[in-house]
Design a protein around this ligand. Structure first.
Ligand SMILES: [Zn+2]
Length: 254
């Protein structure tokens, strides 16, 4: 895929919406973009990220379509931050890893990493009601999500409910060796940090976000086995669903 060609319509749409566009890093020869759009009297902020894994095309292109087709007409009162594609070379090569062959989603403990530095500069002192990282599980046929939070919340369950129209929901299965319960792999920050210490080679983005920027982080995993158009439209539906929720009071909006 041609990364710059892929990004251009997103940047054009964002500009037309009056949003800010920043180049947060130059990584493996490509600019990595951060998008920001604030509203007057915001009830809070949300951050949406995609393209950490370059081969998860449904989520990446679904976010792209959503920005171009749906975002402008949504009623909401959130400051919106988007990191639309964090691993350009992975996208170019259609691979999970970066150009140098590492999993970017295990690099977020490295303070000197250009992506980590770029994100920290871009986000500054902002705090988010929700950090939403969009992925696909290419080996799964059912939807599930990972949740990290400081106390029990309802948003994840509402997101899972939205996805019932699109996919079977994973339940009592262990796609990544960890048991899913009704579509959700949940953990408070302490249990997640213990899990990471035991199982993972480095920190994922979601954990980094809960360390510094949010009390609530969701990583969605759309099943990557189906038709790509269906995956894209499900990704758009998921984003529309989240923007239909009242994130402050954790319920469906009106
Ligand atoms: Zn992924």
């Amino acid at each position: 895929m041609d990364y710059l060609q892929f990004m251009q319509p997103i940047l054009d749409s964002w500009q037309q919406l009056g949003g800010e566009i920043k180049t947060i890093a130059c990584y493996e020869g490509f600019p990595v973009y951060g998008l920001k759009k604030t509203v007057v009297q915001a009830q809070g902020s949300i951050i949406i990220t995609s393209g950490i894994h370059g081969d998860e095309i449904g989520s990446l292109c679904g976010l792209n379509d959503w920005i171009q087709q749906d975002f402008a007409s949504l009623q909401h009162n959130l400051n919106v931050y988007v990191l639309p594609c964090l691993n350009p070379m992975g996208v170019v090569k259609q691979q999970r890893a970066t150009g140098s062959g590492v999993d970017l989603n295990r690099q977020f403990h490295i303070d000197t990493h250009p992506i980590v530095q770029g994100i920290r500069k871009f986000l500054g002192t902002e705090r988010f009601l929700l950090s939403l990282d969009l992925h696909e599980d290419l080996e799964e046929a059912k939807f599930y999500l990972w949740e990290i939070r400081d106390q029990a919340k309802d948003i994840s369950r509402l997101v899972v409910d939205c996805m019932r129209n699109h996919f079977p929901i994973s339940d009592a299965e262990a796609p990544d060796g960890i048991l899913v319960h009704e579509g959700i792999i949940a953990g408070d920050i302490t249990s997640v940090s213990q899990r990471i210490a035991k199982r993972l080679a480095g920190h994922p983005f979601a954990y980094f976000m809960t360390q510094y920027y949010t009390n609530y982080s969701i990583t969605t995993e759309i099943p990557g086995q189906g038709d790509v158009e269906q995956r894209k439209s499900a990704q758009k539906a998921l984003l529309n669903c989240v923007f239909g929720l009242d994130l402050v009071n954790e319920k469906r909006g009106n």
